[in-house]
Ligand binder design. Sequence first.
Ligand code: ATP
Length: 583
Amino acid sequence: MEYKTLAEAYQAIENTSKRLEKTSIISDLLKQTKQKEISKIILLLQGRVFPNWDKTSIGIASKLVVKAINKATGIDTKKIIDKFKKTGDLGLVAEQFTKKKTQATLFSESLTVEKVFKSLKKIPTIEGTGSVDKKMQIVSELLTSASPLEAKYIVRTVLEELRVGISKGTLRDAIGWAFLEKKLNFTYKQEYNIIELEDRDKYNQIMQLLQDAFDLTNDFTLVTTAAINNTLHTIKPEIGKPINPMLCRKEKNIEEAFKRTGKPAQFEYKYDGFRMQIHKANNTITLFTRNLENITTQFPEVVDIITTHVKGNSFIIDGEAVGFDAKTGKAKPFQHISQRIKRKYDIQELAKKIPVEINLFDILHYEGKNLLKTPLQERMDLLKKIIKEETKKIVFTKSIITDDDQIAQQFYDDALEEGMEGIIVKDLKTIYKPGGRIDAWIKLKPVMEPLDLVIVEAEWGEGKRSGWFTSFVLACRDEEGNLLTIGKVGTGVKEKKESDDDLTFEELTVLLKPLIEVEEGRTVKVKPNIVLEINYEEIQKSPSYTSGYALRFPRVIRNRTDERDITNISDLELVEEFYFAQK
Ligand code: ATP
């Protein structure tokens, strides 16, 4: 198929739910794209203008887009808002009203990918007085030059809600289809929605190569360039750019864990802190979270510790930062340190009040050598050689190596006794698999796993609670990133703050108000942004929610927006896994 514009391709992708068809459309689009535009198209297909590892947000609220549509089309703001309330999608509103332009558009130049890309990238750099107006101006200029269809997708991209249903897997496959077609040796049969493969293993191997390259770089534009230049297998981690951290699978008990890892295995405490990936190159230290967010400025004391306690000029090490009480020295649960992650002021003071201890458990790169393919045992041996341990500053994760079920069980019991979340069982022979949830790392935790869900709707309270939102509709995601509702919660949120850990209705209301998109009586739809950690008694099948599941007695544990966004909240696969596991 030939696509005249990116918008046409978006539409074709949105109009099908078949993954292979989406892959084919994207691959056709990529093949016909000029070399110099490929990187931009790759990002725009993800509804982004920044690479996945770059957490810069365009940061434009729907109110501003309403103004921009008004400016570009001359249509009354009230009318725009009314339509928005009915459809819940400002993109559709822009599309409809662009058809009915009432203002002269004599000077509008036609849109190019280059122009859209450049304009969107500029938005977050605008600061100071009049910045809101300048941002609005940029959006309205784009809309003035846009066709109705383009207007729809520009608005959705500006709001960072493209959602045409392109999962990372689909994009990865499409890059393969477009640029490694001969090697993959396949035929796509659209009429039957199948692909025929000459050599399935080879096909899977090549797709895996693309996936590995992505997990290493978090950058599909780099992956694409490497596919085009046939350099995929030479992609290396780059110090200073975060790597997708390796994650765990869950198992029921020691016996099952051993079945997956083999014997002997390494048993480690699972601390309740947060993941920290530490990079050093050219005397510069950079710290990243599990979400690949750069938190170097927020943790100056960690930078100092790394400088003095880790030998070497260049490395990437992996660990968990655990908060503790400066007075008592006792470990503090994650909630207490979470405030440090987003903090922009009084950083030194907060660092003194809530210090962290770095618990190291891995090394991925050392003095120019990539260690991802090195077995865990060797990686641990090296790590031990280069760290100078000091309690409350930097230590190794507490661990044992054993093949004995009883010793392992005792270690697990001790961990829980000491207030750990659980333990992690690691296969000593395996490589470090960026982004992987494989059998090499198994976590054991005693409690029913909570879910991380995003608020998509909220309801105003009644009586003395009428100034607050008191009930929240929650959603998980599917593989393509579509949000699916799974329950409604109010329990767990407090009226009054009695301890630092409490999350209040007032706090949630303040967070949700700027995110309101559509108001219908007492209910509002909100931009999906606030992620809550949710406990529940059971997962049940239910037709009332779009996920097909509902939570029995859900309860809010905490606000997890600092660590999770809509790309890594709990997915349907996990919900199903838990559903079956509880039986
Ligand atoms: P959770 O909410 O239980 O942390 P998760 O989905 O974020 O789950 P998992 O893959 O289940 O991630 O668990 C891995 C996480 O556990 C890591 O990202 C890290 O933050 C934390 N962790 C604590 N101790 C260890 C350890 N010894 N080895 C690896 N990860 C650890």
